[in-house]
Design a protein around this ligand. Sequence first.
Ligand code: G1P
Length: 292
Amino acid sequence: MNVLSLNMKAPVTKCLFPAAGLGTRFLPATKETPKEMLPLVDRPIIAYGVEEAVASGCADVIIITGRTKRSMEDYFDRSWELEAMLRQRGKDDLLAIVRNVSEGKKIVFARQPEPLGLGHAVNCGEPFCRNDFFGVILPDDVMIGEPPVLSQLIAVHDRLGGSVIALEEVSQQDTSRYGIVAAESVGEGVYRIHDLVEKPGPQNAPSRLAIMGRYILSPSIFPMIEQVQPGAGGEIQLTDAIRLLSDREPVWGVVYSGTRLDCGTQSGWLYANVRMAMKDPVLRKVIENAIS
Ligand code: G1P
């Protein structure tokens, strides 16, 4: 194991968002609109992840996109005409909301030319992250947590160094939906990860601890991604690259505290909308009226 060549502890200030998926579970809504731009109550799904990254100290945001995803770039850009119109009409509250979308963060976009898998998507961010530990947020997994879930991972990185993955215990029949880890507890919900398997059936799962859409990764992940062969689903899997990384550098898992809203399926997205809307007294009434 060569853990000495790279400083295992470094401030984490960048976060990468793989957002190039085709969104086939939401067709036809996602034929021309990115699934990441579908609304979760009052803002696009991806805005929650970007807010979480910024609140965790990662104001440098790298979004990996693909064809049909241009509206994401427009969303995070300044909207001068809209801002001028709102200012002119004295709508200061709306002006603040609109300005907040682009303020306080630096966002760059890189394209994934072919949908070859999550590992391949992360590798498209290599020019921006090759020298630093960086966060990864899968925007479909909206995390409601205080402190923000990404910052919980950064706290483990700051304490122990190395890479960190968010974990959640799932039921035996659900292991085939996630990456599953073999790990040894080192206390307080933190695990040292020894092995990882992408989407194993219940018989092959090394545990019930599943990977959940948040990572702090060492820049050494990039040469590992280059080495992995297509895995589950014929795709270049990030899980397989982290498996190679875990042979060389420390990889930790942390059972995060918070609630995950899976916006990657129609039913999960609908549930997330209802759940978030129920927190607003006015919208709560709307839902109660609709179901009465
Ligand atoms: C991805 C990862 C998987 C992880 C999951 C969490 O899978 O490959 O390891 O458990 O996200 O949401 P996907 O949902 O993209 O198939």
